[in-house]
Design a protein around this ligand. Structure first.
Ligand code: URA
Ligand code: SF4
Ligand code: URA
Length: 210
């Protein structure tokens, strides 16, 4: 069966999920969307209010900034797939709890296995820490290439700042978070174009939840 059909079945199954307590407060399960055989998959933290209301990932202020970051290197939403660590909105936009992330991996793991992206961009601390098992925060890990081993392949992983963080630290200063993000997204595009990934860091296994 074609992977986009299977992905639609997975999405449809996810819509009634009650595997963690986020199901009690969500309006919509935000499964993810985009290119179903993407070079790049973006993994955010979890839906916010706008996403919970519309059922689509990254459509609020963060999403608008994300579109600009992608557009700056000639990427559109149709080129990539966008999803989140948890598919339901954490109340008051708190970070998802470890057991919520673990529960929601029942959707993320098969989603990744069907999409098989070459590169995963983890936005902010939550996806970076859970997917790579890193203790170091995003300020130290962003801009460095990692490789993660799955049963289906070994995609490169690039941690980047979360757009919500860029909105809170909106400076155009050289060396500021926006300029670092500009550097990071250019590096991603360069590597997809054939450049060697520099400074590939080993993945630490001890803290991996999955
Ligand atoms: N922030 C996220 O991490 N994900 C979204 O989908 C929207 C905002
Ligand atoms: Fe299910 Fe994930 Fe929603 Fe929890 S966050 S209820 S695991 S879909
Ligand atoms: N802190 C976060 O939680 N995310 C970022 O992207 C940067 C700092």
């Amino acid at each position: 069966m074609d992977s986009s059909v299977t992905l639609q079945m997975l999405e449809s199954d996810s819509q009634t999920c009650t595997a963690c307590k986020l199901c009690e407060t969500r309006k919509t399960v935000v499964f993810g969307e985009g290119n179903t055989s993407p070079q790049i998959m973006i993994v955010g933290e979890g839906p916010g209010a706008d996403e919970d209301a519309t059922g689509r990932p990254f459509v609020g202020k963060s999403g608008q900034l994300l579109d600009k970051i992608l557009g700056a290197v000639g990427l559109a939403r149709a080129d990539i797939y966008i999803g989140n660590m948890v598919k339901c909105r954490p109340p008051a936009n708190r970070a998802p709890e470890p057991e919520e992330v673990l529960a929601c991996n029942r959707w993320l793991e098969p989603q990744l296995a069907l999409l098989k992206p070459q590169v995963i961009l983890t936005l902010g601390n939550t996806p970076t820490r859970y997917l790579l098992g890193l203790q170091a925060g995003i300020t130290r890990t962003r801009g460095t290439w990692h490789r993660k081993t799955f049963a289906w392949g070994t995609p490169l992983v690039m941690p980047m700042f979360h757009p919500a963080y860029l909105l809170r630290n909106d400076t155009k200063a050289v060396g500021g978070p926006k300029s670092l993000t500009w550097r990071d997204i250019q590096e991603v595009v360069a590597v997809l174009g054939g450049k060697d990934p520099e400074g590939l860091a080993p993945v630490q296994d001890e803290l991996r939840l999955f």
